[in-house]
Ligand binder design. Structure first.
Ligand SMILES: Cc1cc2nc3c(=O)[nH]c(=O)nc-3n(C[C@H](O)[C@H](O)[C@H](O)COP(=O)(O)O)c2cc1C
Length: 432
């Protein structure tokens, strides 16, 4: 009797669990519950503040807390033909076909009258390093000053519309006024996009704007920011993190962007055919030369190899650098013996050039490129190959060859963390 009662309880529980599972299987709210209960809670806040209640909201009233906002600069001519710029954050794409941009301006701005009069404007998209121009254009009026003259920026008559664009800004969008709406404090101008121009320096190999190179400026909460790093393709995060949409895994893994790059770096030996821009190569070299060196001697020379024949010849002759056949570029990090100092200091050139190499590898990872350190020094045979192939002067001793390209995705980072490699003095080790 006792036994059958027990079996009944087990059976009833099983049926109940099954019913709940079936009921929540395709229920979006169940999905949401799963998401909110597991994903984006700030663990650090939990750890330091036991009174913290996740997702507890406070009403802030009516405030423009839509983030991030673009910080664009609107170019117009006044009645006398004087070019003017004004900063606008109340701006966005408002239609796909015809592609249109909505920008709201207060009647008090000089630009408001200009757009109303001419029926044209340009939208100029700055890189983050142009923040001073954006700030200036948003704090002074063209009614009082000539903003182009004061900033030193260059007005260029747009190709298709009666408005000036800013030559130094990386993206310029020519717009024709098609409608406007009185909204209260602002008039919303709708501009049909007639043409978009972008500096070649910010285009990728497919002729598309590389947002990382553009590094657009963000305006939010009365402050300027620059853009963060690439997280995922549209839709990708949903597939990647099963059951936890909208919460990219890296946030849980890494404390900040630099640690993310350090831990994501891997030796990339498989490359696509995508070319690497000169801008990217320069960024890699700049990172290399930012490395620390003994007594600040900077005892290095960086050879950039882009010639296909030379890359192939090196790939042929060097035993562990076959990936040079696929690479678009190679950077050869050399020690400069003339700069390496006396005998004692000369011993440091390997460390100095190694630090530079690691910087190049990390910079490559941060730019979405792949790279791998292939050793040359201290092997005499490999050293001879590189010296002869690149016709190096006697003072330049090659430490390594770094083949670089866009990764195919085949190479993945390794988790090398091992607490057994750590030796504490007396601290109790609770690191796992
Ligand atoms: C970051 C930032 C964003 C701004 N956004 C707008 C905006 O969207 N609309 C607007 O009317 N004024 C905006 N302003 C203020 C105008 O840029 C400012 O009044 C400017 O002096 C107008 O120039 P103008 O008189 O030469 O046209 C913004 C200012 C800053 C600094």
């Amino acid at each position: 009797m006792q036994k059958s009662k027990y079996l009944n309880v087990v059976l009833a529980t099983a049926v109940l669990v099954l019913a709940i599972l079936l009921a929540t299987k395709n229920d979006p709210s169940a999905m949401r519950k799963k998401h909110t209960s597991t994903a984006s809670i700030d663990a650090q806040r939990y750890a330091t503040d036991s009174t913290y209640v996740p997702f507890k909201k406070q009403s802030l009233g009516v405030r423009a807390e839509l983030h991030p906002k673009p910080a664009a600069v609107i170019g117009t001519y006044d009645q006398s033909g004087k070019p003017n710029i004004m900063t606008a954050a109340w701006i966005g794409i408002s239609n796909s076909n015809p592609l249109s941009i909505a920008v709201s301006m207060r009647p008090a701005t000089y630009s408001y009258g200009n757009v109303t009069e001419t029926g044209f404007f340009t939208v100029n998209i700055p890189s983050s390093d142009m923040v001073r121009y954006v700030d200036y254009a948003g704090r002074f009026s063209g009614r009082d000053v000539d903003k182009f003259k004061e900033t030193g920026l260059t007005p260029v008559r747009a190709e298709f519309v009666n408005a000036p664009y800013v030559k130094e800004f990386p993206i310029v969008i020519e717009c024709e006024l098609t409608a406007f709406h009185e909204l209260g404090s602002h008039r919303q101008f709708i501009g049909k996009v007639i043409d978009v121009k972008a500096d070649e320096a910010i285009l990728d190999a497919n002729g598309k704007v590389d947002v990382k190179l553009l590094n657009p400026l963000i305006y939010a909460g009365g402050k300027y920011y620059e853009t963060g790093s690439f997280i995922a393709e549209v839709g990708e995060s949903l597939h990647e993190i099963d059951g936890q949409p909208f919460v990219p895994a890296y946030r849980k893994k890494y404390e900040n962007e630099i640690l993310k790059v350090i831990h994501s770096r891997k030796s990339v030996r498989h490359f696509t055919e995508q070319a690497i821009s000169n801008k990217h190569i320069e960024l890699l070299l700049r990172a290399g030369m930012a490395a620390p060196t003994a007594v600040n001697r900077q005892p290095w020379a960086f050879y950039v190899v882009t010639n296909r024949k030379t890359l192939d010849a090196l790939g042929e002759a060097l035993p562990y650098a076959k990936m040079l056949h696929q690479a678009q570029v190679a950077i050869v990090v050399c020690g400069d013996m003339d700069k390496a100092g006396n005998l004692k200091d000369q011993g440091y050139w390997v460390q100095d050039c190694s630090a530079a190499t690691q910087n190049v590898l990390l910079a490559a990872e941060s730019l979405g490129l792949g790279a791998v350190w292939t050793a040359v020094y201290p092997y005499d045979d490999r050293t001879k190959v590189v010296i002869e192939s690149l016709n190096l002067p006697e003072k330049h001793l090659p430490l390594n060859v770094i083949p670089i390209g866009y990764p195919t995705g085949e190479d993945q980072p390794k988790d090398k963390w091992n607490p057994e490699n750590i030796f504490w003095d007396e601290k109790v080790n609770d690191i796992q």
